[in-house]
Design a protein around this ligand. Structure first.
Ligand SMILES: [Zn+2]
Length: 120
């Protein structure tokens, strides 16, 4: 049985987007209540009946949340241009080494705007 499951995390942070056009509202310093889903995918071992303990995802993701929560994202190494796209890739790259089943990271910049990064 092949399954995909996810766990959601959230953090508050400020950013500005320097590559947007002059005068665009996203160039101004502003904040979001960001959310992201960590999506893992794989084959369920019949004897276990589950893919992964959600707690194991939390263990790997929480240190990353700590690095982002209540920070100015532009000042974080690797996030000088913190678009949702780049934030999704940044989170993915941090998670992947300790979470081999990771399939994608979906960043919610607002309730209606998301970006999914699948590792390439
Ligand atoms: Zn923004």
């Amino acid at each position: 049985m092949q399954v995909k499951l996810s766990k959601t995390f959230s953090f508050e942070a400020a950013h500005d987007l320097p590559t947007f056009p002059e005068g665009h509202k996203c160039r101004r310093l502003h904040g979001h209540s960001f959310r992201f889903d960590v999506v893992v995918e794989g084959e369920v071992a019949p004897d276990k009946g589950y893919l992964i303990d959600y707690g194991d995802i939390k263990k790997v993701a929480e240190p990353i949340v700590k690095q982002l929560d209540h920070y100015y994202l532009n000042e974080i190494e690797g996030l000088s241009n913190p678009t949702s796209e780049n934030v999704a890739r940044w989170i993915y790259d941090k998670l992947k080494p300790s979470l081999p089943l990771l399939a994608s990271v979906i960043v919610y910049e607002t309730c209606t705007s998301t970006c999914e990064y699948r590792g390439k």
